[in-house]
Design a protein around this ligand. Structure first.
Ligand code: NI
Length: 156
């Protein structure tokens, strides 16, 4: 495994639309392993492939319940709303309030290409929406209600 460089700030790759994953092979597995190491090294709860410069439709999340890998994800339903603060490893030191669905159901593939469906609420649902947005070049700062806040204590 290796720690990859996280793209930050105005890096144009963060604004691109990612492409579907076609091959579920060793190189995908090593990319996913590197993403996990990179996310944990940065104390993040989620990381999308474009954040390390790879324009593929996949992200990983671990909000403390164990790692889940989402490949070619599609959010198939959203329910209710939640309002809360969000940050991003690509915008170090900033956070802001974003409205998200309270509950989402997502369909995706695992690292072997097997399809699965998950329904998650609250923080996990927020993380899914945030990471999924990265695959289409959207960053949470685009969605912040009011002003983006600066955290001078450190990142996240
Ligand atoms: Ni992010």
């Amino acid at each position: 495994m290796a720690i990859r460089t996280i793209r930050v700030e105005d890096d144009p790759i963060l604004r691109k639309v990612s492409r579907p994953v076609i091959r579920f092979d060793e190189s995908l597995h090593s990319l996913l392993n590197d993403m996990e190491e990179t996310m944990r090294n940065a104390y993040g709860v989620g990381l999308a492939a474009p954040q390390i410069g790879i324009l593929k439709r996949l992200f990983i999340i671990d909000i403390g319940e164990g790692l889940v890998e989402f490949i070619n994800p599609i959010i198939i339903s959203e329910d209710d709303e939640q309002l809360g603060d969000e940050g991003c490893l690509s915008l170090p030191g900033r956070f802001g309030e974003v409205k998200r669905p309270l509950t989402v159901t997502i369909k995706a593939q695992d690292r072997f290409g097997q399809y699965f469906e998950l329904t998650k609420s609250e923080l996990f649902a927020r993380a899914i929406c945030h990471e999924n947005d990265h695959l289409d070049g959207t960053i949470f700062s685009d969605l912040v209600i009011g002003d983006l806040q600066y955290n001078h204590e450190g990142d996240e």
